[in-house]
Write a protein that binds this ligand. Structure first.
Ligand SMILES: Cc1cc2nc3c(=O)[nH]c(=O)nc-3n(C[C@H](O)[C@H](O)[C@H](O)COP(=O)(O)OP(=O)(O)OC[C@H]3O[C@@H](n4cnc5c(N)ncnc54)[C@H](O)[C@@H]3O)c2cc1C
Length: 403
């Protein structure tokens, strides 16, 4: 059975796919969003869900523009005013004013973003939501685009196929675009905790033998101060941490509070179970192919130590929407010159971030060849040089990469 389809098809309904559907619909395009299922009707009122993201200013700008941000509950969004990084006895501190901004980032639940995206999509008549998964993909000759076989037996056709289908992207595999992969042999262990003292909007991070430990500030929940842990731990340690009962994990994190210079937060109290994700750097060698675009984790995955993976995906969306909207009248949306423009516009930021996070992960890995005193010297020097901090903070905001 063959179903007529619009010109544009997005495969993958995670945050990047849903945001892309809204952004392209706002430019006047009609499209199908494949593999999109609503996550939940509402957030649990009494606790935070496990997945939380630090969103930067560029992501906030996009979600505002898509009328998604105003539908996220403000009482569950925590602005980050400062970030304190400690390692080898040295420190690097960023303040929001380093970037001449009020806020460095915002900590938001993944489900809060998705619920607001689902709501906005319900009112977007240009987007047809199709919950089916893509099962097989075929490039059609003569600029006719792609044919997508769904897992429920339908065939859809589109002039332009957008792969927003995450780390195992079927779209990327079908396009034949090679990918460079580096396995960090680590897992990102996440868990939420009630803390004894106020975090004052500060994100704490330390590089230790046991990996990279970050405590992100959360908005108060039922009057209690809260933080979210992201512990990028070597595989064996991650398994050990995951096997601990929640209270024992809280005690393990307590033991690292002095290294984080965050003793005032302890003792921590578990607020739910831990979860973990395997950490890899994945970079697609190209982000476009004939009649096809990759974005989000389908195109790149980076180490979470800078909290930038989803931000990169949302900036892909922003740049793609801008590129398609600015095309001259009469130019087709699958024109190779147009797709190359998107690809060129995204290359620098993605490579810069992947390289920076990768270098930091290696620099502080247990087997690093750089001696600790030299690393400490570098961190203290960076801390004492405001123009560098201003530059790093500005780039972390994502704003310089937007059109
Ligand atoms: C521990 C950890 C902490 C992180 N913290 C941060 C942070 O603070 N800030 C930040 O910006 N980023 C962070 N990230 C990165 C972030 O999680 C990812 O970059 C982001 O979730 C990727 O979103 P996506 O929509 O591109 O992909 P996904 O979320 O993987 O979505 C892909 C979607 O495609 C669908 N799909 C897959 N195959 C098909 C198919 N064949 N047909 C149809 N649909 C399909 C899937 O079901 C899914 O819905 C973190 C990552 C980790 C591991």
């Amino acid at each position: 059975m063959s179903t007529p389809s619009p010109d544009l098809l997005i495969c993958g309904g995670g945050i990047a796919g849903k945001a892309c559907a809204l952004a392209l619909a706002q430019t006047g395009l009609n499209l199908t969003l494949l593999g999109a299922r609503p996550v939940a009707q509402a957030l649990p009122p009494e606790h935070y869900t496990q997945r939380l993201y630090a969103l930067n200013a560029a992501s906030r700008q996009l979600l505002d523009q898509l009328r998604v941000w105003p539908h996220m509950p403000p009482e569950r969004i925590q602005p980050v005013q400062a970030m304190h990084i400690r390692a080898d006895g040295a420190q690097l501190a960023f303040q929001a004013q380093d970037a001449r901004a009020d806020t460095l980032a915002w900590i938001v639940e993944s489900d809060a973003i998705e619920i607001a995206l689902d709501l906005a999509l319900r009112f977007e008549r240009r987007v047809q939501i199709d919950p089916a998964q893509a099962a097989r993909l075929q490039h059609l000759p003569g600029g006719a685009g792609w044919q997508v076989q769904t897992d429920d037996g339908r065939a859809l056709q589109a002039a332009l196929l957008i792969g927003a289908d995450g780390e195992h992207s079927l779209v990327r595999k079908a396009s034949g675009i090679p990918m460079d992969v580096h396995d960090y042999m680590q897992r990102g262990v996440v868990a939420n905790f009630v803390c004894a003292g106020p975090h004052e909007g500060i994100a704490f991070q330390t590089f230790a033998d046991g990996g990279v430990i970050a405590l992100l500030p959360l908005a108060p929940m039922q009057g209690q101060n809260m933080v979210s842990l992201v512990w990028s731990a070597p595989e064996l340690l991650a398994q050990e941490l995951l096997a601990l009962p929640p209270d024992a994990l809280a005690q393990r994190v307590d033991a690292h509070l002095p290294a984080l210079h965050a003793q005032h937060l302890g003792p921590l109290q578990a607020a739910g179970n831990a979860a973990a994700w395997r950490l890899q750097r994945q970079l697609a060698r190209r982000t476009v192919a004939p009649d096809l675009v990759l974005l989000g984790d389908a195109a790149h995955r980076v180490h979470p130590l800078a909290g930038q993976g989803l931000n990169l995906g949302l900036q892909d969306v922003q740049v793609l929407a801008h590129t398609l909207q600015q095309r001259p009248t009469g130019q087709a949306i699958n024109d190779a010159r147009l797709l190359r423009r998107y690809s060129r516009a995204r290359a620098e930021q993605v490579l810069a971030l992947a390289t920076a996070t990768d270098s930091l992960a290696r620099l502080y890995a247990a087997h690093s060849r750089v001696p600790a005193p030299l690393r400490a010297l570098g961190l203290n020097a960076a801390n004492a040089f405001p123009p560098l901090k201003q530059l790093l903070t500005r780039y972390a905001s994502g704003l310089p990469y937007l059109a």
